[in-house]
Each structure stands twice: as C-alpha cells, then as structure tokens.
Write a protein that binds this ligand. Structure first.
Ligand code: ADP
Length: 490
C-alpha cells in the first residue's frame, strides 16, 4: 500500500517540509528562508518563534497536498540552543545558533581549569562554543531571572528538534533524540545518559533537560494540525546524522559529506568509539532501537556560506549557481587561496579566534579567481577532515557520498575528487538530510523493515573520479596549509 511520510528539515538558513512517498521520492516541497541576526561581533541568533511558525507553515503547505501521511520525521540544525517557559512555550531569549562564538571566553576558562580531558572522554567532543552547553550557561547567567526560574523547574532547554516536538505536541512531549543529545557536551556517549559531573561543570540544572530517545521511537503525536488528523512523530535526528541515514551509510567505514552552510563529514565506526587524536569529534551516528552506532565527525563552519558571502557581501554574482560558470571562466585560481574562517576554524584546527582571509592576491587577480578559490576551499577543507579520519580510524577512505546544496555545483564536486583523491558519489536525491528523517520516521512507524530496506533505495546520480595526479593535488594542499597557518591564532 502506498503511503507518505512528512519530513521536517529545519536548517540554518531555511525551514523546509518535504513529502516523500513510499518509494522515498519527493512529492512536495515547501521552504521558507530563515533570518539570522548578528547583534554583536561573533554572535549569531535566530527568532525561535519564527523557527516554529515557518516550519509549521511549510508542513501545512505540503500536508494540504497529501493523501496518506503515516508518519512525521524531524531533522534539524544541531547544537542551536533554545530555553523556553514550560507553561507558555515562550522562549526566554533568541535561539543561539551553532555558529555563535560568544562563549569563547567561557570555553577558555574551562580549558584553563583542566576540564578538557574529562569532557572529551565522556562526550567525544571538544570544548568549543559550537556545542550547546556553554550557550545554555550563557542564557542562564545573562538573561534576567532565568537561572532562578530554571532552578525552580519553570524553564526547559532543547535543541531545535526538541522545541519543534514540544510545539507539535502542544507541550506534551519534552524529548530529544540521542544524536542531538550527543552534541550538547552534557551527554555521556558511553553510558548514554545526561552526565551529572558535566552538568556540575557547566552549572546547568538537570530538570531543564529533555528525555533522550533512540532515533526511531514514538516521540509523540500532533494535535490535529495537519488535515484534522493526529499524526505520529516516529523519527528524529540531528541534520548530519540524518544525512548519514539518508545516504544509507550503515556499514563501518562508509563516509558521507554534506555541503550546505557548513560542511560536515561523518564516517560510520559501528559500535567502536574511537577517540580522535587529530582534531575530529566522536559522536553518536544513530540508534535504530538496537543500541547506538558511532561516527567520527569533522565539522567545518563555513562551506556554502562562503558562496553566500561572495554573493551578498561582495555582490560578485546574483545566484550561488553562477559561481560555477565564473570559476570555470579561468584556468586556475592563480594561486589564490580563500580561507573561509568567518566564524573561526572548526575541525581539525578548533581555533575560534581565526579570521577569514583571501591570500596570494596579485595585480591580475579577478573575481573569477576568488570565486574559484572559494569553491576549491571546500575541497581543501574536506581533505583535512578525510586525512584526519583516516589517521583516527585506520580505515582507508576511497569513496565519499556527497550531498547538500553545493553539490549542484559540478565544478566543486570534481575539485573535491581531485584534491581529496577519492571518488565522490552524488545520489539521485541530494536532499539526504530530509530523506534520512523520512527513513527514520518510516522505520519508527514500521513502514520500512530495516537498514537493508533503506540501502536498497540509495541510487547513484553522478560519480566523480580524480582527474589530477596526487603530486599536483599536493601543490594546492601545500598552499592551503600555508594559508591556514597564517590565519591561525593558536
Ligand atoms: P542549509 O541546509 O545549511 O541551509 P543547503 O544544503 O540548502 O544549506 O545549501 C545552501 C548553500 O549552498 C548556500 O550557502 C548556497 O550558497 C550554496 N549553494 C547552493 N547552490 C550552489 C551552487 N550551485 N554553487 C555553489 N554554491 C551553492
């Protein structure tokens, strides 16, 4: 019997709802751009109510064209932090977005106190403003009356998945999934529990935290908001883990890399929990109800955002897609290197103080060279992650499944294959994130059987093989590493 799954994909730059049919093909999409606010240098916020309103509106749009929705899946920008009133649902502060660096000093102080080792050992993460814990602490300490109210049990914390679930269920369910929990710096990925010692270190009351469930579970039911029906929410995962599922990377050693606002590469390590010695993080990949599988992840804060910056701040082109023709209008980047460290450097450098730079400019440099360099930067950044992953896991990475908005750019994909010296596979459905949430919801509702049922549906669209020699790739990488060395502060 044919059925539909409603996937809600709440991303950094937009909120989307996608209706998938039982063959996992897209039937309807509705999307709304989401505003980012930059109230101070390094601060990045969003209106948490707009996140709800936009996502609900998109969901209603596609649901109105549906005939047989059987389950809802949710996937979201991770780490973004919201604290809200338990009774009214009203946020006490804007959503603090994952890119926000305001807590860099808090992180430095924690490192100076020697907490890095225990935190990394328990969470698989590093102390960085990127993750939620210091963002929650900032809200507790800087918004009037909030700490007092939180201690009295009047406030709730959640990442975007959790806030959406709470609203979709009219406040009945305060729950998150294990992948989102694993990005907070408060969750012990070995014991799979909120960790008392970590809560103490960050000074966060436990009663604010949501219940943690596997990625396939009965998270709750909507309250007749879609075509008068109560629909079950049966799958939830953070965007990158959801993309891993959408790309059917279920075997140990399989890698996916997503190019949206940022770039996130994950390698499935199965039940192994390797510690990274090369600047990556260890995280929960998914739990389909049989216990967690793990992944090593490299997170880069700026990927497509560099293209957006060229478009919006420098007016180099009107549409992101024009970057491809422009890049191809020159033979090479004329040695220009673009280090897009607009919000510091993420993996494997973790340098919140680093600033973006465009280097090696000469009199003949033009906008095409700079655009080409911005696209090549995606390949260089990915090389750093893949190299570190191979070192950490001892696994050889020959193929990468790529997705996200930027893979529409064929020049970027070929450059990626060239500099990483790996095969880049782009699937038919490049909306892997939303697809992953649909698969999880389908598994949670018993509409799909198992991982194989999902793997069988993965279809290749385009494949890119390296077209330059390893030695030539090395020349570009050397220039990249010199440039990174020049922007680093630590
Ligand atoms: P997110 O889910 O993080 O909001 P998307 O996966 O929708 O992001 O990807 C959007 C990003 O991809 C934007 O930053 C945009 O600049 C970039 N982008 C989209 N299409 C292209 C293209 N053809 N060439 C280069 N960049 C692109």
């Amino acid at each position: 019997m044919s059925f539909e799954i409603l996937s809600l994909d709440q991303g950094t730059t937009s909120s989307r709802a996608i209706l998938f049919d039982s063959d996992a093909t897209i039937k309807e999409i509705s999307q709304q751009e989401l505003k980012l606010f930059y109230p101070h240098k390094g601060w990045v916020e969003q209106d948490a109510n707009a996140i709800i309103e936009d996502t609900l509106q998109c969901a209603k749009d596609v649901a109105s064209k549906a005939s047989n929705i059987r389950a809802i899946g949710i996937t979201n920008q991770r780490e973004t932090t919201i604290v809200w009133n338990k009774d009214t649902g009203e946020p006490v502060y804007n959503a603090i977005v994952w890119q926000d660096r305001r807590t860099a000093k808090i992180c430095e102080a924690l490192k100076a106190k020697g907490y890095e080792q225990v935190i990394t050992q328990k969470t698989g993460l590093v102390i960085d403003p990127y993750f939620s814990a210091t963002k929650i602490a900032w809200i507790l300490d800087n918004v009037e009356d909030v700490r007092e109210k939180a201690e009295k049990g009047e406030l709730l914390f959640g990442t975007v998945d959790c806030f959406l679930l709470w609203h979709l269920t009219e406040g009945r369910e305060h729950a998150t999934d294990i992948t989102n929990a694993s990005r907070t710096l408060l969750y012990n990925i070995h014991d799979c529990k909120w960790d008392e010692e970590l809560l103490k270190i960050f000074d966060i009351p436990k009663n604010m935290l949501p219940e943690v469930k596997p990625n396939t579970a009965h998270f709750g039911e909507t309250d007749k908001i879609f075509q008068g029906q109560n629909l079950p929410i049966t799958g939830m995962a953070g965007d990158q883990q959801s993309a891993l599922v959408g790309q059917a990377c279920f075997d140990k050693g399989m890698v996916k890399s997503t190019y949206g606002t940022g770039c996130f590469a994950l390698i499935n390590t199965g039940t192994n929990i390797p510690s990274s010695h090369n600047g990556l993080v260890t995280t929960i990949a998914y739990d389909l109800g049989q216990g967690p599988k793990y992944a090593v992840e490299g997170s880069i804060f700026v990927a497509g955002a560099a293209i957006q910056w060229l478009r919006d701040n420098l007016n180099v082109f009107c549409e992101a897609s024009e970057s491809e023709t422009l890049a191809l209008s020159v033979e090479d980047s004329n040695e220009v290197i673009f280090v897009p460290a607009f919000t510091g450097l993420g993996a494997p450098y973790w340098d919140p103080g680093a600033k973006a730079a465009i280097l090696n400019l000469s009199r003949e440099t033009n906008k095409a060279h700079i655009t080409r360099a911005a696209l090549e930067a995606q390949a260089f950044q990915t090389y750093d992650l893949i190299h570190a992953m191979q070192q950490d896991t001892g696994l050889e990475i020959k193929t990468i499944r790529a997705d996200g908005g930027l893979v529409a750019n064929k020049f970027m994909c070929q450059t990626l294959a060239n500099f990483v010296q790996a095969q880049i596979d782009v699937p038919e459905i490049s909306e892997s994130t939303a697809l992953g949430a649909a698969y999880l919801a389908g598994l949670g509702a018993g509409l799909y059987k198992d991982e194989k049922d999902i793997s069988d549906r993965w279809k290749l669209s385009r494949s890119y093989k390296p077209e330059i020699q390893r030695e030539d790739a090395k020349k570009g990488l050397t220039r990249w590493h010199e440039a990174v060395g020049r922007v680093r502060t630590s």
